[in-house]
Ligand binder design. Structure first.
Ligand code: NAD
Ligand code: UDP
Ligand code: UDP
Length: 324
């Protein structure tokens, strides 16, 4: 039995980095959460603290297969997000984005449920427009190493908008810019987790290329707040809507900041730049500001400090596990 405003909410990819924070937030708000994950990049550890709650349920399932459950709202986050992981099995990555979207949209259609898609700034590719607004159509290589992810996510957006036009579904599409924080996978190859783990272990900090490419980094709590606000909007608000922190940094600046904040003796070393690596990226968040009254509150040094504390504890626990 559910009371008041408590809803039954499905979160796909709920055992991943962002998904686990979203599940936590929704459980805190008193909703019943069904977390669906195939554990490709997510872990039980990320949601272990939620398993005690009577409002939290876990289902091991791959979203490329149909799913018949009940829910009032669906957040579709299932998809590996780091280049290392999404390029490991690129065909599965496209299937996850495209077939996963079809299945979640089919489910939402049957249930008449609101459905939310975690899209990405990668839909803008290596952009010629800076900063990126939602009206920019992007510059994406359709046949490169990043294409399985970028084109899969673009196709998922197409499906969301066609289901809205064809079946009048209530959709919410968010374009997420680089987000970081506790529970990122320590080996997933993304820049913040790589640099923090390398700095804490006293290993070389691997800057790809000259390190002059830029990214804008959003702390996870700010992002989740944006998700919740978007889901709460009326049917006329569909997105796509950028959510990210407009503070833009070169990768070299990020490396130097991580070294300073950890007090590490690590040296910065150069490694080859991966193909199609976008040169610059920063969100224009005017739409989120207007429609959601949302702006990020946690700036880079504060967010990095929290992330460093998480990885410091995580790596120490790992060492203890190895010693025992
Ligand atoms: P993550 O890799 O930590 O989480 C993805 C989750 O999806 C994992 O738990 C994984 O096991 C699960 N998953 C993957 N394939 C699946 C499948 N076929 N069926 C069921 N579960 C599956 O990544 P994240 O950073 O938490 O990203 C979550 C979502 O946000 C992804 O859709 C990603 O594309 C999007 N996104 C994230 C960022 C970011 O900076 N973190 C940026 C842009 C977009
Ligand atoms: N689907 C699902 N759960 C449901 C309803 C549908 O997983 O509760 C999947 C099913 O695999 C289907 C897809 O969603 O093929 C798209 O559903 P839709 O109703 O749009 O199209 P269909 O293929 O059924 O004509
Ligand atoms: N990067 C880096 N060293 C690393 C990992 C990443 O210099 O150890 C760079 C990468 O080339 C890219 C940026 O950091 O320019 C962000 O990479 P990430 O994989 O985190 O995300 P994305 O490229 O998808 O934005």
């Amino acid at each position: 039995m559910r009371y008041g405003k408590s809803k039954k909410i499905l979160v796909t990819g709920g055992a991943g980095f962002l998904g686990s924070h979203l599940c936590e937030r929704l459980v805190e708000q008193g909703h019943e959460v069904l977390c669906v994950d195939n554990f490709f990049t997510g872990t039980r550890r990320n949601i272990a603290h939620l398993m005690e709650s009577k409002n939290f349920e876990l289902l091991r399932h791959d979203v490329t297969h149909p799913l018949y459950v009940e829910a009032d709202e669906i957040y579709n986050l299932a998809c590996p997000a780091s280049p290392v992981h999404y390029q490991f099995d690129p065909v599965q990555t496209t299937k996850t984005s495209v077939n996963g979207a079809i299945n979640m949209l089919g489910l939402a259609k049957r249930l008449k449920a609101k459905v939310f898609q975690a899209s990405t700034s990668e839909v803008y590719g290596d952009p010629e427009v800076h900063p990126q607004s939602e009206s920019y159509w992007g510059r994406v290589n359709p046949i490169g190493f990043r294409s399985c992810y970028d084109e899969g996510k673009r196709c998922a957006e197409t499906l969301f908008f066609d289901y809205r036009r064809q079946h009048n579904l209530e959709i919410k599409v968010v374009r997420i810019f680089n987000t970081y924080g506790p529970r990122m996978h320590p080996n997933d190859g993304r820049v913040v987790s790589n640099f923090v783990v390398q700095a804490l272990r006293g290993q070389d900090i691997t800057v790809y290329g000259e390190g002059l490419q830029t990214r804008a980094f959003c702390y996870v709590d700010d992002l989740i707040e944006g998700f919740i606000r978007l889901m709460a909007t009326g049917a006329e608000i569909t997105g796509p809507i950028n959510i990210g922190n407009p503070g833009e940094f070169t990768i070299r600046e990020l490396a130097e900041t991580v070294i300073r904040l950890t007090g590490s003796r690590s040296k910065i070393v150069s490694r080859p730049l991966p193909p199609d690596d976008p040169k610059q990226r920063r969100p224009n968040i005017d739409l989120a500001r207007q429609v959601l009254d949302w702006v990020p509150e946690v700036q880079l040094e504060e967010g990095l400090t929290k992330t460093i504390a998480y990885f410091d504890a995580f790596l120490s626990a790992e060492e203890r596990r190895i010693d025992s």
